[in-house]
Ligand binder design. Structure first.
Ligand code: E4P
Length: 215
C-alpha cells in the first residue's frame, strides 16, 4: 500500500519524506488556501521533495477550461497529476486529458459506480472520500471494498486513493481491503507510528541498559 500525504504544507511534506515512506501528495483548493505561499511556487517545491504523484485540482466547470488549466499545471512538474471532480464534464475532461497523456485523479467520489465511470474515462486514480461519508452516517469504507472488487472483476488498472481519512483505522482498513493508496493528514501519519507499549518498552530497555553498563 502506498502512503500519500493529504496536505499542501511544505514542512509536513519535507518531514514525512525524510522518514523514507512517502509515495505521493494530494492537494485540493481548501488545503492550498491554508498556505501563505503562491500555489504554483508551493507545488513546484513539493514536486522537488517528492518523486511520486502530486495531485493538483482544476476549478473550471467545463471540459475545455479544465484541460487548459491542466496543461498549465503539468508545466510545474513532471509528477503533477490533475485532480478532476466527478461529473459529466469531468468525465469528458478526463478522457481528453488521458488522450493527451496527462495523468488524472478523479475526486469527490462517493459511490462505487462513479469510480467505475472515472476508470472507464481513463482516470489514473480515483479518490473516494471515506471520512465525509462517515460524517453523513454512511460507512465510508464500505465503498472502498466495493470499488476494490469492481476493479478486480474487470482487471482495471486505475489506482484507488482512499481519501478524506480521519483516523488510523481508516488506514488499517485500506491495507486490509487492498486499496492501492491511503492519503492522510500529517497528524494521522504521526499517529500511525506511535504505540504506548512501544514507548514504555523503549523506556524500560534504556533503564535496564543502565544496569548492564554499571555491571
Ligand atoms: C484528498 O484527495 C481529498 O481532497 C481530501 O482527502 C478531503 O479530505 P476532507 O474530507 O478531510 O476535506
Amino acid at each position: 500500500m502506498k502512503i500519500f500525504l493529504d496536505t499542501a504544507n511544505y514542512e509536513e511534506i519535507k518531514e514525512a519524506a525524510s522518514w523514507g515512506i512517502l509515495d505521493g501528495v494530494t492537494t485540493n483548493p481548501t488545503l492550498l488556501s491554508k498556505e501563505k505561499e503562491d500555489y504554483k511556487t508551493l507545488l513546484k517545491k513539493i514536486c522537488q521533495v517528492v518523486e511520486g504523484p502530486i495531485s493538483a485540482e482544476v476549478v473550471s466547470l467545463e471540459p475545455v477550461g479544465m484541460v487548459k488549466e491542466a496543461e498549465e499545471l503539468v508545466k510545474i512538474g513532471k509528477n503533477i497529476v490533475i485532480k478532476v471532480p466527478i461529473s459529466k464534464d469531468g468525465l469528458k475532461a478526463i478522457r481528453m486529458m488521458s488522450d493527451k497523456d496527462i495523468k488524472t485523479n478523479c475526486t469527490l467520489i462517493f459511490a462505487p459506480i462513479q469510480a467505475l465511470l472515472a476508470a472507464k474515462a481513463g482516470a489514473s486514480f480515483v479518490s473516494p472520500f471515506v471520512g465525509r461519508l462517515d460524517d453523513a452516517s454512511h460507512y465510508g469504507m464500505d465503498i472502498i471494498g466495493q470499488i476494490v472488487k469492481i476493479f478486480e472483476n474487470y482487471s482495471i488498472k486505475t489506482e484507488i486513493i482512499v481519501a478524506s481519512i480521519r483516523n488510523p483505522l481508516h488506514v488499517v482498513d485500506t491495507a486490509i481491503m487492498g486499496a492501492d493508496i491511503a492519503t492522510m493528514p500529517f497528524k494521522i501519519l504521526q499517529q500511525l507510528v506511535k504505540h504506548p507499549l512501544t514507548d514504555t518498552g523503549i523506556k524500560s530497555f534504556l533503564a535496564d541498559w543502565e544496569k548492564v553498563k554499571k555491571g
